[in-house]
Design a protein around this ligand. Structure first.
Ligand SMILES: CC(C)(COP(=O)(O)OP(=O)(O)OC[C@H]1O[C@@H](n2cnc3c(N)ncnc32)[C@H](O)[C@@H]1OP(=O)(O)O)[C@@H](O)C(=O)NCCC(=O)NCCS
Length: 241
């Protein structure tokens, strides 16, 4: 992954300068205030119908829970049959941000996804547990059929801190991105740091801090995470004499 270096100002959202964006912003504030707390299937139907006017996409039969906190809504794309449960926060305020929730993917309650100018993409049928946090500005790409358990966090950036005379907050960011390939299981409370790829079919044990990439079909545990076993044997090469 080639690292991107960004100034600290790059994450500031500009004022809405196009009338279409400003209108969508107003519509999202008014409609979420009016309909955001209505419970049960009636509330979900009203939200599905009315939020279409300001979201990037709301596919067929999308489930929208109560108390959603949505920003930069025209950059949020919810594919058919995806589910966003109560209290989820999706923030795409910064230009070029994007959040894409694949078909049948689920965001459990009180998840916080903040894109900050990157793309957070969650694959088909992947389930993200409650209280998970993810943040850019690097891209975060999660494949199909993954499980990410509660209280985990994925942050695709590091602050630059090389100059001790300048506050860290003003020194900018370096970001490489995070990839979780298909069919991975990430245990509860796992921290995944920038630049990491978790290979197809891998498992990361509860509480691990993943600082380096993990090859496909591995089981990794601990702080920092180390591979302790493999789910799949390498194919044996048979020698014919
Ligand atoms: C990683 C995990 C799947 C391994 O399960 P397992 O294959 O049955 O492994 P074992 O329990 O036999 O443990 C193997 C070794 O790894 C260690 N280990 C297992 N999980 C660990 C973890 N999360 N952190 C640190 N070490 C761990 C064990 O102590 C054991 O060490 P030892 O050989 O020195 O005794 C499981 O321990 C785990 O963390 N599951 C996540 C559960 C979770 O978060 N669920 C959320 C809801 S989906």
């Amino acid at each position: 992954m080639t690292p991107k270096i960004l100034s600290s100002d790059a994450l500031k959202a500009p004022k809405h300068n196009s009338s279409d964006v400003a209108w969508k912003h107003k519509a999202s504030q008014l409609l979420t205030a009016a309909f955001g707390a209505i419970p049960l299937s009636l509330g979900r139907k009203i939200r599905r119908w009315s939020y279409r006017s300001f979201m990037g996409q709301i596919g067929k039969d999308v489930f929208l829970g109560t108390g959603l906190d949505l920003m930069g809504t025209d950059r949020i794309f919810l594919k058919d049959n995806s589910m966003v449960l109560n209290g989820v926060r999706l923030n795409c305020r910064v230009p070029n941000s994007r959040i894409v929730l694949g078909p049948y993917a689920t965001l459990e309650r009180d998840i916080c996804l903040v894109s900050f100018g990157g793309c957070i993409e969650i694959g088909e049928k992947t389930g993200i547990g409650p209280f998970v946090c993810m943040g850019g500005p690097g891209d975060i790409t999660i494949g199909k059929n993954c499980l990410i358990a509660s209280h985990s966090s994925l942050y695709a950036n590091n602050h630059i801190y090389s100059d001790p005379s300048i506050p860290i907050i003003e020194q900018g960011y370096i970001c490489k991105g995070i990839v979780i390939e298909d069919d991975c299981w990430i245990g509860s409370g796992v921290r995944i740091l920038d630049g990491v790829t978790i290979g197809h079919g891998s498992i990361v044990g509860a509480g691990a801090v993943v600082t380096k990439s993990i090859p496909p079909y591995s089981i990794a545990v601990g702080v920092p995470a180390k591979v302790v076993s493999q789910r799949k044997q390498e194919p044996q090469v048979s020698v014919v004499s």
